[in-house]
Design a protein. Structure first.
Length: 200
C-alpha cells in the first residue's frame, strides 16, 4: 500500500476518507439495516392503504379519491362511459387487494370474478382539477353473483357526477358459475346497502 501511495497521489489523498469510512461503518450498517427491514408488516398496513372505509345514512362503503386530470375528462368537462367503467373496475380491484388479499391471490388460479352487466347514469359534468370520490357499496348478494353500486361524487361538495352498477358473477376457470367464496361473501354482507331505493 505504501509503495502504491508514493506513485499514486490519488490513493494517498483518499486514505483519510477510507479511515473515516472504517470508523463510521458500524453506524452506516445500523442505519441501513433499520431502513431496509422497516417495510410495513401485515399488522401495520392500514396507514398504507389507498382507499378507506366509511359509513353514512345509506350504510357502509369503500371510497377511493382521485384528482381529475385530462386523462379522465376533456375541455368540456365530460367523462366518457369507458372512463367510468375503468374507475369502477380499479376501485373494485383495490378493495379486494387491500381488504381481501387471500381472495386476490386466488383470483385467476382457482376462480374468476367476471362482470356480467354494467350500467351508468350521468348526472353532472366534472372539471379538471376537481377531487372525485368513488364510493362502492354492495346492492345485492346472491349465491353465485352479486351486484355492486358506485357513486362518483365531488369529494368537497358531495355533488353526484354519476352512478353505476355492475353485476359480478363468480365462476370456475372454465367460466361456469360457482358459489361466491365465503370470505368474499362475508365481507360484502358488511357493505350491503340499507335499502336499494337509497341508491339512485
Amino acid at each position: 500500500m505504501g509503495r502504491l501511495e508514493k506513485g499514486c497521489p490519488t490513493l494517498k489523498c483518499a486514505r483519510p476518507y477510507f479511515c473515516l469510512f472504517l470508523f463510521l461503518r458500524p453506524y452506516f450498517c445500523s442505519y441501513f439495516r433499520s431502513s431496509l427491514f422497516s417495510f410495513p408488516m401485515s399488522n401495520s398496513t392500514e396507514k398504507y392503504l389507498i382507499g378507506k372505509m366509511g359509513n353514512d345514512e345509506k350504510g357502509a362503503f369503500y371510497e377511493y379519491l382521485i384528482r381529475i386530470t385530462l386523462a379522465e375528462t376533456n375541455i368540456e368537462g365530460t367523462v366518457s362511459h369507458d372512463k367510468y367503467a375503468g374507475l369502477f373496475g380499479k376501485v373494485r380491484e383495490l378493495f379486494i387487494l387491500e381488504y381481501l388479499p387471500e381472495i386476490a391471490a386466488e383470483m385467476g388460479k382457482t376462480f374468476l370474478l367476471q362482470t356480467r352487466s354494467a350500467s351508468y347514469e350521468f348526472k353532472k359534468n366534472c372539471r379538471f382539477g376537481e377531487l372525485m370520490g368513488v364510493k362502492l357499496r354492495a346492492l345485492r348478494i346472491g349465491n353465485t353473483s352479486f351486484e355492486i353500486g358506485a357513486e362518483f361524487i365531488n369529494a368537497q361538495t358531495e355533488e353526484v357526477y354519476a352512478t353505476g352498477r355492475q353485476v359480478i358473477i363468480s365462476t370456475n376457470l372454465k367460466g361456469e358459475p360457482i358459489k361466491i367464496p365465503d370470505e368474499l361473501q362475508n365481507i360484502l354482507s358488511k357493505y350491503l346497502i340499507n335499502s336499494p331505493n337509497l341508491f339512485n
